[in-house]
Design a protein around this ligand. Sequence first.
Ligand SMILES: Nc1ncnc2c1ncn2[C@@H]1O[C@H](COP(=O)(O)OP(=O)(O)OP(=O)(O)O)[C@@H](O)[C@H]1O
Length: 407
Amino acid sequence: MDDLSWTAGLTKEQAGRYSRQVLVQDFGVNGQKNASTSKVLIIGAGGLGCPTATYLAGAGIGTIGIVDYDTVSLDNLHRQVAHREQAVGTSKVESLKIMLNSLNSSIKIITHEATLNSKCAMEIVKLYDIVCDCSDNAATRYLINDVCVLLDKPLVSGSALRWDGQLTVYHYGKEGPCYRCLFPSPPDPSTVTNCSEGGVLGPVVGVIGSMQALEVLKMVAGLPCSFAGKLFLYDGRSGSTRTIVLRKRSPRCAVCGDEPSITAPIDYELFCGAGAHDKIERIWLLEQNERVSVEEYRDIRRIARPLLIDTRPPIEFEIAHLPEATNITLNDLSKLDSAQITEKLKLNATENDQKKDLFVICHRGNDSQRAVKIIKEKGNFEFLSVRDVSGGYDEWATKVNPNFPVY
Ligand SMILES: Nc1ncnc2c1ncn2[C@@H]1O[C@H](COP(=O)(O)OP(=O)(O)OP(=O)(O)O)[C@@H](O)[C@H]1O
């Protein structure tokens, strides 16, 4: 009788090494066997890539590919925990490979010391089953997204800045949106910042990178992903988390829509504009008390359906309003209690258990400020934040949608 007949397909070495995760219900022997034949690509060997790769190597993912063009610098070490002082000045992919090999010599590590760009991305990505975006700039995010759609690969995407982190799984399951469905056009460089400007705390990238690894392990075990079609937000400062249900795939998306115009990688530096490199989107990282500009509100409603109160008189509401708006005048707002306001907003049944951000809009941005004050004074409100849209419908018509009727 050989070893395999009584270890249900795991070798003696595997059964011993991975026993503590094989014992986990729903992961089990099947998850472990799948892990050993899976090929996962990690793009970016930095703050997110280090923890993601480390946990995947520890878990026994059979083949791990790493792409990065950069060298380790001293100011990387506080968060890029796989790199050591002696690696400063040397290639990040080599430094990470050395660490992963020392953790688990039974897996294969493939290094791609290169800038992932339109020329090489298809050739590299097609070698793998699952892709982790651990990069830090808009051009690379669009590139990875498009290539994953074109090659039909699931994409586990993370980002982090200052105290905050985000995670989502794109292009997994038929209805899930891709990055481009949510952000058809690149962020305005003036509204974004990066870690070298804004800073980032090491444990925040540790949390998000670890979660990226966990989503990969669920995929290889054939379990549902927790964040396909959802955006996980982590505020490390307050310790709070929330999960937003994202919009479904857009039939008009340029890459995954019904009639895609992008059928091969494009020029992403050009698409994102000069200076887009090393940028990270700032959406959802707004301070709680900030008013939102009409452009910010436009970006927020692109990725989720927000709750919106429109305080204008009913006759003006009838002329035109945003589809998500509920009409509650200032007068009515002052008479209603918090529960009645919530009831009027008719929280979406599938998101009932989730707290949401509430926005208020009016004609020019004056009443909306009063409304925010009134709602906050009531206390006990059910919302994560209450903010108004600065400039109201007037600015919406000038800066976002020139077809919106002005009166
Ligand atoms: N197109 C790309 N091809 C290959 N690697 C990339 C690409 N875009 C970003 N990266 C890599 O992704 C990693 C992101 O890591 P991280 O966000 O921690 O920032 P960093 O560039 O190492 O540090 P800092 O922003 O502090 O200078 C970096 O190592 C970067 O070189």
